[in-house]
Design a protein around this ligand. Structure first.
Ligand SMILES: Nc1ncnc2c1ncn2[C@@H]1O[C@H](COP(=O)(O)OP(=O)(O)OP(=O)(O)O)[C@@H](O)[C@H]1O
Ligand SMILES: [Mg+2]
Length: 143
């Protein structure tokens, strides 16, 4: 079964490395302009998953949670914009304020943690990922 079908049924991992591997597989099946949303509680593994994407695109820089600066952009074989909307003040002009559109160009992946904190997302979402945790287990699924 391909990664998208497996993700639709949910994939459970029991290590950070296994979560990276799933991200790696998904990374190979994304269109040139990819928007991923990652929903899930604190510590569910959203940032861990994004680190796996970064690795897949040979991004050397360490990916850290962009909680205070809203987003970070990394350049590898694909551009990765990693956004964490958790602390975002709701503003109807948020996308104009972020000026992301001027900074990203294909092939790119915009990965958004806490998408529910955004009033809207101005692009079609390629995949909506859900992460849940239980002990050391993390389950990643596609909506
Ligand atoms: N199977 C697993 N997959 C991913 N992470 C795991 C796994 N088992 C344990 N962990 C741990 O769970 C934590 C996940 O943290 P991470 O920062 O990725 O979560 P998050 O969903 O981004 O949280 P936040 O909402 O605070 O940004 C890490 O400390 C990681 O080491
Ligand atoms: Mg995070």
């Amino acid at each position: 079964m391909n990664i998208l079908d497996r993700l639709k049924s949910g994939i459970t991992t029991d290590s950070v490395e296994a979560t990276h591997k799933i991200a790696h597989e998904l990374a190979e099946h994304l269109p040139d302009e990819a928007i991923l949303t990652l929903e899930g509680d604190l510590g569910a593994g959203k940032t861990t998953f994004v680190k796996g994407l970064a690795h897949a695109w040979s991004i050397q820089e360490a990916v850290t949670s962009p909680t205070f600066n809203i987003y970070n952009i990394y350049q590898g074989t694909r551009q990765l914009a990693h956004m964490d909307a958790y602390r975002l003040e709701e503003s109807p002009d948020i996308w104009d304020e972020l000026m992301l559109e001027e900074l990203i160009y294909p092939p790119f992946c915009l990965a958004i943690e806490w998408p529910s904190k955004l009033p809207f997302i101005p692009w079609p979402i390629t995949h909506r990922l859900h992460l849940t945790s239980e002990g050391r287990k993390r389950t990643v699924s596609l909506q």
